[in-house]
Ligand binder design. Structure first.
Ligand SMILES: C[S@@+](CC[C@H](N)C(=O)[O-])C[C@H]1O[C@@H](n2cnc3c(N)ncnc32)[C@H](O)[C@@H]1O
Length: 235
């Protein structure tokens, strides 16, 4: 099962989220209209599309993903391809390689290989920006089985962050926070759509029990912080 519904009409595709995410990103890395940008695991490519308009980029940014979405952003060059395969297929260099909420889907060997090759494809003063879910005090609303799976996945994420930090010395760690307000019903729809990788392995009865639990456990309006750890790797 794939992650087709990740940003399908969720707060992650809202203008407010994308604007606020790009505000944060532009404070972390220096970009201008001449920048070349690659987004690995770009999904619908809305973050890239918005950067294209905001920076008035001369070169369309490149977004790659193993999934292709009908409604993806038209302001980007999209390629349906695996990240490492793409990077090996050409010698293009970038000022920014963005890897947002995608690294956890790879195994350690793949991560090592990917970061190594990404580093070799950075222009002078270029950066890799890796974003991944906050591993402690995560506030994502969850039912008990989802929480159990999420905790396991966050433990693995901690190892990924340690692994990257150990292997690459020129690294800066910060945090991005976005306050989410959405109705419980909308969130239940997202759960039904298995918006997050933690839900991909659950069967329909586990999802339906989980939804009952969400209805019992949470108020009609959900308010929480979507928190990400940001790792900036320099060339
Ligand atoms: C959780 S989504 C994040 C989407 C987007 N970066 C965002 O933050 O809104 C992860 C994306 O990574 C893609 N993906 C997974 N493995 C990949 C790989 N090896 N190469 C390229 N994309 C991959 C998935 O198809 C999915 O669209």
């Amino acid at each position: 099962m794939s992650l087709k519904n990740w940003d399908n009409k969720t707060w992650l595709s809202s203008k407010k989220y994308i604007y606020s995410f790009n505000n944060f990103l532009l404070k972390q890395v220096k970009l201008d209209k001449n920048s070349h940008i690659l987004d690995i695991g770009c999904g619908r490519g809305k973050i890239l599309g918005s950067l294209y308009s905001r920076l008035r980029l001369k070169n369309k940014p490149i977004g790659i993903d193993i999934e292709s979405h009908q409604d993806r952003d038209k302001r980007i060059h999209f390629k349906k391809i695996d990240a490492t395969t793409y990077l090996k297929s050409n010698k293009k260099k970038f000022d920014l390689i963005l890897i947002k909420q995608t690294i956890h889907l790879l195994n350690f060997k793949e991560i090592k290989k990917l970061i190594f090759i990404c580093k070799s494809r950075l222009k002078n003063k270029g950066n890799i920006a890796i974003f991944t879910l906050e591993t402690s005090k995560n506030e994502i609303p969850a039912f008990s089985l989802m929480l159990k799976k999420l905790k396991l996945s966050l433990e693995r994420d901690k190892k990924i962050i340690r692994f990257i930090s150990k292997n690459y010395r020129k690294i800066k760690k910060t945090r991005f926070l976005f306050k989410v307000k959405l109705s419980r019903n909308k969130y239940i729809k997202m759960i039904k759509n298995r918006y997050i990788s933690t839900l991909l392995g659950l069967n329909p009865s586990e999802i339906s029990k989980g939804i009952n639990e969400i209805n019992r456990k949470y108020q009609k309006l959900l308010i929480f912080n979507d928190k990400l750890i940001c790792l900036i790797l320099e060339k």
